[in-house]
Design a protein around this ligand. Structure first.
Ligand code: SAM
Length: 272
């Protein structure tokens, strides 16, 4: 489908825009990678795949737990940063450019599949779920993290979406991975049974203004939304919407603000 390839080409450019790593460091979101590795119980010698790994949020802590890790992502610019972060952390990870809809792994070859805020952004969720189930060995585990639609980041994406072109029909809504019901549906018939927990990422910023600047300068989709808003004179409204969101959901925290953001952690085990 040419539109699908075009969509992925555009997605790659979008995710490469801004400075994803700077955003992750400022807000403290790398803690979620440690959390999913802990929840999934990643252990020494296990074969782990971090799908849509970005700059290595889950892959690097999995490698620190002495697993044999591959990080796969569509966007080579983010993999280049991941490579540098892994070297700084003193861990080995194999970084591969690739597509969550077509995992370059043999059937039943992986012990643990992880994805933090990753596969939710691939276009066809059923295709991705089938791929995850295919590469997972019997008895293997899945650890998936996605923003919930009703949490503050759900609202953040709805604000951004108002300044982005509508998604083509073949693209599933990213936030649907943040609901128990949809995750169960996606993996129905795969032999993977899930348990869920709702977790809160304690995002941190210096101020409401600094939070707005962080995302519109560094987070690819919001960089794009801001450019569109500026082009048609709606940037003041977009800035106000984002500032309102951060003001409503944050609380003072030391010399900055804390912005609690809910996500769903889905932990699955494949029948033996
Ligand atoms: C919000 S980022 C999350 C990155 C990382 N997992 C993290 O926790 O920081 C979304 C990632 O999904 C990747 N992505 C989007 N569509 C993809 C696809 N079809 N296959 C592989 N990666 C994809 C993007 O390149 C980007 O790195």
């Amino acid at each position: 489908m040419p539109q699908l390839q075009e969509f992925k080409q555009t997605a790659r450019a979008t995710w490469a825009a801004g400075d994803y790593d700077a955003m992750m460091r400022q807000e403290g979101l790398y803690e979620t990678g440690d959390r999913i590795v802990q929840l999934a119980g990643v252990g020494e010698g296990e074969v782990v795949l971090d799908v849509a790994c970005g700059t290595g949020n889950a892959a690097i802590p999995a490698a620190r737990a002495k697993a044999t890790v591959t990080g796969l992502d569509l966007t080579p610019e983010l993999l280049a940063v991941a490579r540098r972060r892994a070297a700084d952390a003193g861990v080995q990870v194999e970084w591969r450019e690739g597509d969550a809809e077509e995992l370059p792994f043999a059937d039943a070859s992986v012990d643990v599949v992880l994805s933090t805020f990753g596969v939710m952004f691939a276009p066809r969720h059923e295709v991705v779920a089938d791929e995850i189930a295919r590469v997972l060995r019997p008895g293997g585990r899945v650890g998936l993290v996605a923003w919930t639609p009703e949490g503050a980041i759900g609202e953040f994406f709805r604000i951004g979406g108002a300044y982005l072109p509508p998604m083509p029909d073949f693209v599933d809504p990213p936030l649907s991975w943040g609901t128990e019901q949809r995750v169960r549906e996606l993996f129905e018939g795969t032999g993977i049974a899930f348990e869920f927990s709702r977790e809160v990422a304690g995002l941190r910023h210096r101020s409401v203004e600094s939070a707005v600047e962080c995302y519109v300068n560094w987070f690819g989709p919001m960089v794009q939304a801001r450019a569109n808003a500026e082009a048609d004179g709606r940037w003041p409204a977009m800035r106000e919407d984002l500032a309102g969101l951060f003001a409503r959901h944050s609380e003072p925290d030391g010399d900055g603000i804390a912005f609690p953001a809910e996500y769903l952690a889905a932990l699955g085990t494949k029948r033996r």
